[in-house]
Design a protein. Structure first.
Length: 457
């Protein structure tokens, strides 16, 4: 009997170790690589993983030292270990010429480039200020510029002398051109409370850069568009904000509004590295879409005679159908929860991606909280890359923590499915103030539900 008891205890210890190892080891990574490692000031990727016209993965990165900015574009095969098919480099004077925010591939093998031209002036008051103009450039496969559009000079929208300038946040390619979405500064042409109000703005140009149509939706509150995604029926979904509400619009390629809705659904979640990276909305294979939001709830906790107050951050992944009707919602706590015993971790979610098999993955960072203090973190614990998986019915399918005893912090900023391959874009850094590096890789085909990870809901 004593031997049997010893055997059972040993088996439990071994099984618990195996379960721990299944989560802690990076067994579900096919390959990964840290780009630009060893550089004092590393390149970073401000946007997302994109796909070119040959189903290659495309990354754009940049690095600024003093006044010079270097740009790099990599193309690589999504099914193989990282081996750049092609690379393009450019160094530009950051102050005296242009600031490029993104290169994004088009179906003809070229790119759309978004940039700002800064001209520094010294007015009589000797107070330095910068006047910026925003441009959209079309670049061909040989990196030759085909056309350039200045938002302030070439479009029809009259802009005020004061107030926010027009800004493009995202775009989508259609058969006969490109549709851009963003924010227009308040003007007499739209209904606005004052000159500082911002308005929903979207327009279309043809393949040669000619403006086809341009539309502004004004209101008594500031509103803007953050992203645009193409639906399975070739309609387009625009997502943004109107005051304190989320604003959804569905249009066709001619700019006709097919539907719109305001939602009291919290804040859209965005990439913390750069607002040009959008991961808050993703189309599902049934014609609908999922959207990532976050809300904050105030909570208090009394210990003795002291009352502690916290702001608990909750994430919501909501499934919508074609008509913007909510189907289900998966909600879970992220950071700062008052009940540190029940939620001994911090989760930061940076985006979502709907996969071809019907699953949805959310990604970001995970870190254990110190067991004995509400807001304290074990200094020996590092941020781990985190992937949460949900099935099409909204139920948790498990989660993965990607770590292997590394000394640095890791996080995932984007996941993209290309030809059935799951590629990820992340970052690695030693502290919150240190320079971070771009981390890329490919996940194995196994899903999170096939591992021993449990939901951190």
């Amino acid at each position: 009997m004593k031997r049997l008891l010893i055997f059972v205890i040993a088996a439990l210890i071994i099984s618990s170790f195996v379960c721990y190892a299944a989560v802690e080891q990076n067994h579900h990574i096919d390959w990964d690589r840290v780009l630009f490692e060893g550089e004092k000031l590393g390149h970073f990727v401000p946007g997302n993983i994109y796909t070119d016209n040959q189903n290659n993965a495309v990354l754009y990165s940049k690095k600024t030292i003093s006044t010079l900015t270097q740009h790099k574009i990599y193309r690589f095969n999504s099914s193989k270990d990282f081996d750049a098919i092609s690379k393009w480099d450019e160094a530009a004077d950051y102050i005296n010429t242009d600031f490029t925010s993104e290169y994004r591939p088009t179906s003809d093998g070229g790119f759309i480039r978004q940039r700002q031209s800064s001209k520094v002036s010294m007015p009589p008051s000797s107070k330095r200020y910068t006047k910026e103009k925003s441009y959209i450039d079309k670049i061909d496969a040989n990196m030759k510029q085909l056309f350039s559009i200045c938002l302030q000079d070439d479009l029809k929208l009259p802009l005020p002398g004061a107030g926010p300038a027009s800004n493009i946040n995202s775009w989508a390619e259609v058969e006969d051109g490109y549709i851009f979405v963003g924010t227009a500064g308040g003007s007499k042409a739209v209904k606005a409370a004052d000159a500082w109000s911002s308005n929903v703005w979207f327009f279309k140009i043809d393949l040669k850069g000619k403006l086809i149509w341009e539309k502004v939706i004004g209101s008594d509150t500031s509103q803007w568009l953050l992203d645009i995604v193409k639906a399975h029926d070739n309609s387009l979904i625009l997502v943004g904000r109107s005051g304190n509400q989320i604003y959804l619009i569905r249009i066709d390629s001619n700019g006709n509004i097919l539907g719109e809705k305001l939602l009291d659904a919290g804040l859209l979640v965005n990439n913390p590295r750069n607002p040009s990276a959008k991961n808050c909305i993703s189309m599902t294979n049934d014609g609908g879409f999922v959207m990532l939001t976050q809300t904050v709830e105030d909570a208090s906790y009394k210990s003795g005679n002291i009352t502690y107050s916290r702001s608990n951050v909750k994430y919501q992944i909501t499934k919508y159908d074609y008509q913007f009707k909510s189907i289900w919602q998966n909600e879970f706590y992220g950071i700062n929860h008052i009940d540190y015993k029940k939620y001994p971790y911090e989760i930061k979610i940076y985006g979502i991606e709907a996969l071809s098999n019907g699953d949805i993955v959310a990604f970001g960072q995970y870190k254990p909280r110190d067991k004995w203090m509400m807001s304290r973190f074990d200094p020996n614990e590092k941020y781990q890359a985190y992937i949460k998986e949900i099935d099409l019915s909204g139920k948790d399918a498990g989660y993965n923590l990607i770590t292997s005893g590394w000394e640095e912090n890791y996080g995932i900023l984007d996941i993209k499915e290309i030809n059935g391959n799951l590629l990820f874009l992340g970052l690695r850094y030693k502290s919150s103030t240190a320079n971070d590096y771009t981390w890329i890789g490919k996940l194995k085909s196994e899903t999170a539900s096939q591992t021993n990870g449990e939901s951190a809901k």
